[in-house]
Design a binder for this molecule. Structure first.
Ligand code: URA
Length: 250
């Protein structure tokens, strides 16, 4: 058999296994939807956000400055630095392997996360766990955090002042963990970390440099729940992440 055809069949087989792992037994149709529901594009606030983060410039993630995660957590305390403290139930600091090579960064806690105090524990979180499994990564191996640590009321988009207040803590977490790869989940995370207002459809599929860390943007799992035809693109992004992890081979 021609090598290229063999490779294509192997790729198709692993894609079908990935879909099966995600609970999909029928092939998705191609669609042209955008990340509209789970994104700031709908309200247009993400543009203002990266403006407000300009003062951070390129974050300095050198090890000499790094604090331990516990120290960062205690510095955060019972945070009341922004208005979200009035409506949140629990601070969702982030969780996972403090020596993770892969760090995933979402937008902010939803209702389930607000109740449990843990990131990505609802339906989107379950899908995220399966997506990770599809590239042979256990949830326990990675570190998961969000751009903001408190749930916005009615799951509205985070506002620039909320992000500006919370972002330094996320940067400290990244500095403490020093992952080799960051996966930015969804428009909001990708646009905030990359300080851009380019749409996720254009951002995904490529690696970016985030202070020496490879950053891969992809669609948010909550968006995938509503737009299953986008799973193919997430699969492509996940394969790039798996390859980057293998190439790094630390
Ligand atoms: N969506 C996010 O962006 N983060 C979570 O923790 C849960 C849902």
């Amino acid at each position: 058999m021609n090598g290229d055809v063999g490779e294509m069949i192997g790729d198709l087989k692993s894609y079908l296994e990935y879909l099966k792992g995600l609970g999909i037994t029928e092939l998705p149709l191609l669609g042209d939807g955008d990340d509209k529901v789970y994104s700031s594009e709908a309200s247009g606030s993400a543009g203002a956000i990266h403006e407000s983060l300009r003062s951070y410039g390129t974050p300095d993630l050198s090890h000499s400055e790094a604090q331990h995660l516990e120290a960062i957590r205690s510095e955060l305390g019972n945070c009341q630095r922004c208005k979200l403290h009035r409506t949140r139930r629990t601070i969702v600091f982030g969780e996972g392997n403090e020596k993770a090579r892969l760090m995933l960064i979402g937008e902010g806690p939803g209702n389930d996360e607000d109740v449990q105090g843990r990131p990505f524990v609802g339906k989107a979180g379950q899908l995220l766990t399966k997506i990770l499994q599809s590239i042979g990564v256990d949830r326990e191996e990675v570190y998961i955090a969000n751009i903001i640590k408190c749930r916005p009321p009615q799951n509205r988009n985070p506002e620039p002042d909320e992000i500006e207040t919370c972002y330094p803590f996320l940067l400290k977490q990244i500095q403490a963990i020093r992952p080799r790869i960051i996966c930015a989940l969804g428009t909001f995370s990708a646009q905030t970390l990359l300080r851009t207002d380019v749409k996720i459809t254009a951002l995904r599929g490529k690696a970016y440099d985030f202070s020496g860390i490879q950053l891969f943007p992809t669609y948010h799992p909550a968006y995938l729940l509503r737009n299953p035809e986008k799973k193919r693109e997430v699969w492509e992004d996940m394969k790039q992440i798996a390859k980057a992890l293998a190439d790094d081979g630390r």
